[in-house]
Design a protein around this ligand. Structure first.
Ligand code: FAD
Length: 383
């Protein structure tokens, strides 16, 4: 791939960088403590077009390619992973999936609102009893006339209590061995849908993660996204691109770790000189730097493949696996550079580590990414 960014890509990165430095980074620690970002940030993200990247302009999106999308995602992740996650889910998992699979009516109904930040989306796949084995989900949608009646529970849903629309996955066919899962666009204010925020998270404390309970929710048949029984393909196609977005967010965490470690090492003195002069401190910083570069290049490769219409799912798993583990390492190394000060939230390293940790868990754990990569390389499914 050509590693030179175009003028448009440079411009959008600059815009995202300035916005992050002005509107996100200074507030991230406070939002983390308060367990909520200032929700006014959503409208600001929408105004800049960051909630509509890659979505066609005719549906209210801001167009652009996937490399621009990962550049913006990286910058947001550098400022606050909670904000990055809000965008990755509402745009990356929901709006982009509607753009790819939706009917004209569904695109016109939801995309302009999602892309402007007037509405948020959430992605309802995981359930209390089904995480990695998402295909065995038990939420049911039963056909009644021109509607489906949906009942079941969804767990750990990012944006859950803030969202206006749930991209929901439910079983529409119970025949043994049949992967009869379908996708639906369910308005969050539908009668019978209740939401409960999950508190006490280790990281990503600024974003709302929720449990959803659906008790006889009536959804018109026209709200089905994609063909009946193809919901698992809808989910997997969303996650293949979603992993690129998580990887980009991890690059942002690792870059923030590098910036914090370099800055602290230059001003903290021990043994009569700044700690940056000690070789073992430089080793910590060099290790972070290598992780940043490797994670970034793997992530850019995925975006480039997507933009060129090439297969990208295994590369996306590779980038997500490496970048998430790299972000944890980088944040931990940055904390080490800070010594005891890294352990208190006056400095950013602790939050970076807490936020990074979940990246190895969601959108497929590191073990699941390895099984996906292993299957692609050997032709054998070891799930
Ligand atoms: P399990 O699947 O029970 O896994 C437990 C352990 O077993 C893991 O280490 C796993 O790697 C391992 N394991 C499982 N199967 C295998 C196997 N075959 N081989 C080897 N190891 C295996 N979900 C959504 O649908 N939408 C969201 O917006 C969303 N946001 C989230 C936000 C947060 C903060 C969190 C924590 C989770 C979120 N999730 C969301 C859910 C997330 O995707 C799941 O937690 C994840 O897929 C893992 O599922 P699980 O927690 O049930 O773990």
């Amino acid at each position: 791939m050509n590693l030179e960014l175009s003028e448009e890509q440079e411009a959008v990165r600059r815009l995202a960088r300035e916005f992050t430095d002005r509107e996100i980074a200074p507030y991230a620690a406070g939002w983390d403590r308060a367990e909520s970002v200032d929700r006014a940030i959503v409208k600001k993200l929408g105004d800049l077009g960051f909630l509509g990247l890659t979505v066609p302009e005719e549906y209210g999106g801001s167009g652009g390619d996937h490399l621009a999308y990962v550049l913006v995602t990286e910058e947001l992740g550098r400022g606050d992973s909670a904000v990055r996650g809000i965008v990755s889910v509402s745009l990356g998992l929901v709006a982009k999936t509607i753009a790819a699979w939706g009917t004209e009516e569904q695109k016109r109904a939801w995309l302009p609102r999602l892309c402007s930040g007037r509405a948020l989306g959430c992605f309802g796949l995981t359930e209390p009893g089904t995480g990695s084995d998402a295909g065995s989900l038990t939420t049911r949608a039963v056909r009644e006339g021109d509607a489906y009646v949906v009942s079941g529970n969804k767990m750990f849903i990012t944006n859950g209590t803030w969202a206006d629309v749930v991209l929901l996955f439910a079983r529409t066919n119970d025949e043994p061995g049949h992967r009869g899962v379908s996708a639906f666009l369910v308005p969050a204010d539908s009668p019978g849908l209740t939401r409960r925020e999950i508190h006490g998270k280790l990281g990503l404390r600024g974003q709302a993660t929720a449990e959803l309970v659906l008790d006889g929710v009536r959804v018109p048949a026209s709200a089905m996204l994609g063909p009946e029984g193809k919901g698992f393909s809808v989910a997997m196609s969303a996650l293949a691109k979603g992993r690129m977005s998580v990887a980009a967010g991890c690059v942002g965490i690792a870059q923030a770790a590098l910036d914090a470690a370099v800055s602290y090492a230059a001003q903290r003195e021990q043994f009569g000189k700044p700690i940056a002069h000690h070789q073992l401190v430089q080793e910590l910083i060099a290790d972070i730097s290598v992780d940043v570069d490797a994670a970034r290049l793997l992530t850019w490769r995925v975006a480039d493949l997507v933009d060129r219409g090439q297969p990208f799912a295994t590369e996306s798993s590779t980038a997500k696996l490496f970048a998430s583990e790299a972000a944890v390492r980088a944040a931990s190394n940055a904390l080490q550079v800070h010594g005891g000060y890294g352990y208190v939230d006056e400095y950013p390293a602790g939050k970076l580590l807490r936020d990074a940790r979940v990246m190895t868990l969601y959108e497929g754990t590191s073990q699941i990414q390895k099984l996906l990569i292993g299957r692609a390389r050997t032709g054998v499914s070891a799930f």
